[in-house]
Structure formats: structure tokens, C-alpha cells
Design a binder for this molecule. Structure first.
Ligand SMILES: Cc1cc2nc3c(=O)[nH]c(=O)nc-3n(C[C@H](O)[C@H](O)[C@H](O)COP(=O)(O)O)c2cc1C
Length: 322
């Protein structure tokens, strides 16, 4: 057992959290992580209110444990916010608010709905903003992570955020996939970890087998941080870049972002087609550097249990070396 301020606040057994990855999460994955004693979070970005209600209902049918629902704040409209709060998750998980977004207003509504608020940040300034707005848990996400990230590394960001906010539980995200990562995060001052890429390589993740295989086969050196996915999708992601697999599509557009901007509609259609057919060399594959630590598709519960067991053994067993 690794009891921390995060496990106490969230009401879970293990300080291992599933990141609320939009299309990378499903009720089966969320429930598997929660049933294993961690906290599963369902990504709700881009979903209709009806879909959000259905997802929450399905999760409730699969687990009685706490779970979270995630929103990307720069994209979420009032209907999505209302749907998430009406679903009464244990945790409202949020990320990427624009500079004028009323975080305090949202977090107060979440608290009124009985939810805890977990907000992800990539800088110390964002952490202060979230704390001042009333967040209950801060996720400090470093640039190693898959998906949208900032530029600070987890090793530096986590202790900076933990020192800046000594009274709030902090979760380390970005670059964590095993027990060594959890043990290290605790030593850096975190109260737990949030994993993304590791949980994509599970049978429960709702992704094509070809995407999971890319993660398994990757040695972790072939991801990069780029604006290509956001230019291609027409999104202005506040303060973020995308860490993706350096595949044929990305190679083709590197250094040609100007041209990509005016051919956006055509390229977006191409990407939709690649996604639909599971063509991993022509789709955007959000993948973190932890792909280098992932060698197999494994059940989510196995991952939670192993991460905790490894971290516990490491924390107990460290000895000075001759
Ligand atoms: C495919 C993918 C989609 C993601 N979508 C979201 C999202 O919708 N909301 C969010 O808060 N984080 C999202 N993230 C970030 C994860 O929640 C998490 O912070 C990140 O994956 C941690 O780094 P790791 O991949 O090294 O574990 C996404 C990550 C990936 C890989």
C-alpha cells in the first residue's frame, strides 16, 4: 500500500491515475483502472452531452469505485460542462484553459455538484492559477508525455509545483510507465502519478491494434513535439504542443507548416480517412516517450498492480552502493 494525500483525497487505494485521454479511454478501461484500486478517468473532449451521459452510466455499470470525467477547457462548451457535472463524477478532471477562462467559476460549480477538481498544468504559473481557483489536486505534466504538453520536463516541473503548492496533492504526469517512475515521482515531492501512453497499450483501450503495436515496437526515441497536428486540425491549443509519433505523415509536413496552414481542410480530410482505416503511418499518433518502456499490450489492472508493487519494493529496498 502506498497511501498518500492523493489516495486519501480521491478515496482510492493506489496513487495511480489513468489520464482522461479523449478517444484513448473507454468505460472498460476506466473501470479496469478504478476496480484495480487506481482512479480511471474518461476523456469527454469532443463528445456530445448525450454521449457523456451514456459514458458515465456505462462506467457506473462496470464499477462502484471512484472515477473521473475529463474536459479540455478551451474546447468545452456549456452543454459539455453541464453534461459532465450532471453525471456527478467523483472527479472533474480539466486541462488547457485559455487565459481568460473562469476557472474559479467552473471549480465552484464542480464542488457544488459534489465533484473534486483535478487540474493539469505544464508550468508553475498555471499551477498557481489552478490553486487560486480552488483545485483539489494538481497534475504536473512534463514534456515527455504523449498528447498535448508544454516544454518543461517532469523531473523539474514536479518538484517546482510541489514546492509552490505545499498544501495540495500533486500528481506527476509525462514519462511515467512503471514502478520506478512512481517511486521517483514520490521522491520528487509528488503524491502519485497519472499515466497516459502506458494505458493505451492495453486490451481495454479503444484504439486500433496497429496503434498499440506502434507503441509496443517503439524504442521511445521516435516521438517529437510539433504544432503539425493542431495546424492540421485547425485547433489553437492554449500553450501546448503535441507529442506524436514521428511517422510518414509527420515527416512529410515537418518544415512545411506554412503550406499545411493553407491546405488545412484537405489535410484534415486525409487524416480522418487514415484514422478510419487504422493507417498508422498517415494518422496522428499521440504517443509519449514512455513508449520506450512499454514492451507488451497488457491488461490495465496488471499495470496498476505492477506499478505499485515495483514502487513499493524500490522504496523499501534502496541501499547505499559501494
Ligand atoms: C492519445 C492521448 C490523448 C490525450 N488526451 C487528453 C485529453 O483529452 N485530456 C487530457 O487532460 N489529457 C490528455 N492526454 C494527456 C494524458 O492525460 C496524460 O497527461 C499524458 O499522456 C501523460 O504522459 P504519458 O503519456 O507519458 O503517460 C492525452 C494523451 C494521449 C497519449
Amino acid at each position: 500500500m502506498l497511501k498518500t494525500r492523493a489516495t486519501t483525497r480521491l478515496g482510492v487505494t493506489h496513487p495511480v491515475i489513468l489520464g482522461g485521454m479523449g478517444a484513448g479511454t473507454s468505460p472498460a478501461l476506466v473501470a479496469a483502472v478504478s476496480n484495480a484500486g487506481g482512479l480511471g478517468i474518461q476523456g469527454c473532449a469532443g463528445r456530445t452531452p448525450e454521449e457523456i451521459a451514456r459514458l458515465a452510466e456505462t462506467i457506473r455499470g462496470l464499477t462502484e469505485r471512484p472515477f473521473g470525467l475529463n474536459l479540455l477547457l478551451f474546447l468545452a462548451d456549456e452543454a459539455a460542462v453541464a453534461a459532465v457535472l450532471t453525471a456527478r463524477p467523483t472527479v472533474l478532471s480539466t486541462a488547457w484553459a485559455g487565459p481568460t477562462y473562469d476557472l474559479a467559476g467552473l471549480f465552484a460549480r464542480a464542488h457544488d455538484a459534489g465533484a473534486l477538481v483535478m487540474h493539469m498544468v505544464s508550468t508553475v504559473a498555471e499551477a498557481h492559477r489552478a490553486a487560486a481557483a480552488g483545485a483539489d489536486v494538481i497534475v504536473a505534466q512534463g514534456t515527455e508525455g504523449g498528447g498535448h504538453v508544454g516544454l518543461m520536463g517532469t523531473m523539474v516541473l514536479v518538484p517546482m509545483v510541489a514546492r509552490a503548492l505545499p498544501n495540495l496533492p500533486v500528481l506527476a504526469a509525462g514519462g511515467v510507465a512503471d514502478g520506478a517512475g512512481l517511486a521517483a515521482a514520490l521522491m520528487l515531492g509528488a503524491d502519485g502519478v497519472l499515466l497516459g501512453t502506458r494505458f493505451l497499450a492495453t486490451p481495454e483501450a479503444p484504439l486500433p491494434a496497429s496503434y498499440k503495436q506502434v507503441i509496443v515496437e517503439s524504442d521511445g526515441h521516435n516521438t517529437l513535439v510539433t504544432e503539425i497536428p493542431d495546424i492540421a486540425s485547425g485547433n489553437v491549443w492554449p500553450g501546448a504542443y503535441a507529442r506524436v509519433e514521428r511517422n510518414r505523415f509527420v515527416e512529410r509536413w515537418l518544415g512545411r507548416e506554412g503550406e499545411l496552414r493553407y491546405r488545412q481542410a484537405e489535410v484534415a480530410a486525409h487524416l480522418r480517412q487514415a484514422r478510419a482505416t487504422g493507417d498508422v503511418s498517415e494518422a496522428i499518433l499521440y504517443t509519449g516517450q514512455t513508449a520506450g518502456l512499454i514492451d507488451a499490450v497488457e491488461p490495465a489492472a496488471t499495470i496498476v498492480e505492477r506499478v505499485v508493487a515495483e514502487a513499493t519494493a524500490l522504496l523499501r529496498g534502496w541501499q547505499e552502493q559501494a
